[in-house]
Design a protein around this ligand. Structure first.
Ligand SMILES: Cc1cc2nc3c(=O)[nH]c(=O)nc-3n(C[C@H](O)[C@H](O)[C@H](O)COP(=O)(O)OP(=O)(O)OC[C@H]3O[C@@H](n4cnc5c(N)ncnc54)[C@H](O)[C@@H]3O)c2cc1C
Length: 485
């Protein structure tokens, strides 16, 4: 029987793409790649420019997994995600929980949609001004439907925010979430609530044509006369081809983008270095329902952002996995409720934390795999200790008792990579000795070659990175628009 699995979005065969020369070729369709595509299509509308999008993975989900009626948080993240994601960390002793999703949409198909901004004081050394960041944050938040009202009206949220504030956590706020809360009106369907990069593709499709090839792994960028000229791509049947592009935007993630650059022989002392993430302490607290007077408690989605004196953020989700759940699922009436408290710590950007090519191990295409050098500095470890203390205080403030999960202690430091926030491996900056790209995301000294994904973030403080990656990818697209006219 014929399979129609691949028909929810137009796909262009890779061979057809070899016959064209693209004005812009984007590599990877996750947060950064999707945002760059969206902006180019939005601004160019239907002109004669050619845009190509090359994605290593296949079509997996046509929307964020949380929007599927048959999924809930548990089924999505504990059952489906481990089956379809690639646990790269298995062979990375110093970065054991690194996990990528090779599929159209990348990791945005599964992300939790937490979208805080990086505080201005964390961006002081960035090559982009706070004013400009504010401009691009506004664009990104609008297109991603970022809202502080995800738990609006929830009595549990109100009670816990009040308790936190009364007990010294004055900064506690409703966590900004990239979720469309609008209902259906006048025939406009807003059912695709959780944001994913598929939204970018949907907008782009309605503005103008672009070519999308899936199962197309980019392995090298080709430079001709000092400028980007295209990419070498390998298909699953191991056929290699060259796709011509005057501008190439690498958006393959902070682990895969440096791999492509390094394998292309592109020189730059910062490429692959300054790998940054968040140290992550997870804990679960329990509380009796008797603590709350209302029968309907609602959900809990709180952020205690980083401050100058507390270089970490605390995110609180609950009860159980019902901070988000399907209309088709009945919430059980539980006497005892569990709340997740995740604390993300700032990690210093250090040269020695790096991604490099390991020529002793190759993938099925013969390309060297990556290896990672990574450790926490003394300062990072001091922050981790501060985080543990703050977590205990936050739990006390909310009247939660911390509990052990299986064999783990009540507060567990997760292995590096578990936060999924790796970034910085092609960071932006003015000095080519300490940055891989210039302030617009262009690789130093190579016109036409750009990076737009988590790798360009110069630092991330303690905030979840995706909103910032999307803002910078839109900014890089604007720069490309200026260059190409
Ligand atoms: C379960 C989960 C929860 C998360 N929650 C949050 C959250 O609440 N807030 C937050 O800010 N972040 C969160 N994240 C992290 C977030 O998903 C990432 O920060 C974001 O997706 C990174 O964007 P990116 O463009 O760098 O990479 P990705 O989104 O991973 O996209 C990379 C894309 O490149 C493709 N690719 C890779 N190599 C190649 C190649 N050689 N050729 C062609 N294509 C290639 C991949 O298939 C993929 O489509 C979460 C992640 C997970 C997994």
């Amino acid at each position: 029987m014929q399979s129609h699995q691949n028909e929810w979005i137009p796909i262009t065969p890779l061979e057809q793409m070899t016959n064209k020369e693209y004005d812009v070729l984007i590599v990877g369709s996750g947060a950064g790649g999707g945002a760059a595509l969206w902006r180019l299509c939005e601004q160019w509308k239907n002109n004669d420019k050619r845009i190509g999008l090359l994605e290593a993975g296949d079509l997996m989900l046509p929307t964020h997994g949380q929007n599927l009626s048959t999924m809930n948080v548990d089924r999505l993240l504990n059952e489906y995600f481990p089956k379809v994601s690639t646990h790269l960390g298995r062979r990375l002793p110093e970065y054991p929980d690194a996990t990528l999703v090779f599929a159209l949409g990348g990791r945005t198909l599964f992300w939790s949609a937490a979208s805080p901004r990086i505080p201005v004081f964390e961006m002081k050394k960035w090559p982009v001004t706070a004013k400009e960041m504010n401009f691009y944050y506004n664009i990104a938040e609008k297109i991603m439907n970022v809202t502080p009202f995800f738990a609006q009206g929830s009595s549990m949220q109100n009670t816990m925010l009040e308790r936190l504030k009364k007990n010294g956590f004055l900064e506690a706020i409703d966590l900004p979430m990239a979720v469309n809360l609008k209902g259906i009106q006048y025939g406009q369907i807003n059912s695709d609530a959780f944001f994913s990069s598929i939204h970018f593709l949907a907008y782009a499709l309605n503005w103008r044509p672009f070519d999308l090839a899936v199962n197309s792994r980019v392995v090298q960028v080709v430079i001709d006369k000092g400028k980007a000229a295209g990419v070498h791509v390998i298909s699953p049947d191991k056929k290699s081809c060259f796709i011509r592009g005057k501008t190439v935007v690498l958006s393959a993630s902070a682990l895969e983008t440096p791999r492509i650059l390094l394998y292309s022989g592109i020189q730059g002392p910062a490429i692959g270095h300054y790998l940054t993430n968040h140290s992550l302490l997870r804990a679960t607290g329990k509380i009796s329902r008797k603590n709350f007077s209302e029968e309907v408690l609602g959900n809990l989605v709180i952020n205690i952002p980083q401050t100058k004196h507390s270089p970490f953020q605390i995110q609180i989700f609950g009860p159980e996995k019902h901070y988000a759940y399907q209309q088709f699922e009945e919430k059980p009436f539980l006497e005892e409720l569990r709340i997740a408290i995740n604390t993300f710590g700032k990690v210093e950007s250090r040269f020695e934390n790096s991604v490099y090519l390991d020529f002793s191990e190759r993938d099925e295409y013969g390309i060297p795999k990556i290896q990672v050098n990574f450790s926490y500095s003394e300062t990072d470890n001091m922050i981790i200790q501060q985080m543990a203390q703050a977590k205990v205080q936050a739990a006390l403030a909310m009247k939660l008792s911390l509990i052990s999960q299986g064999d783990s202690p009540p507060i567990s430091l997760m292995p590096p990579g578990n936060d999924y926030h790796e970034s910085g491996t092609c960071r932006m900056g003015d000095d080519p000795l300490t940055s891989a790209t210039n302030r617009f995301g262009q690789i130093h000294g190579i016109p036409g070659l750009y990076v737009a994904d988590n790798s360009v973030l110069p630092s991330i403080g303690a905030a979840n990175p995706t909103l910032t990656t999307i803002s910078l990818a839109i900014r890089t697209a604007d720069y490309i628009l200026q260059q190409l006219g």
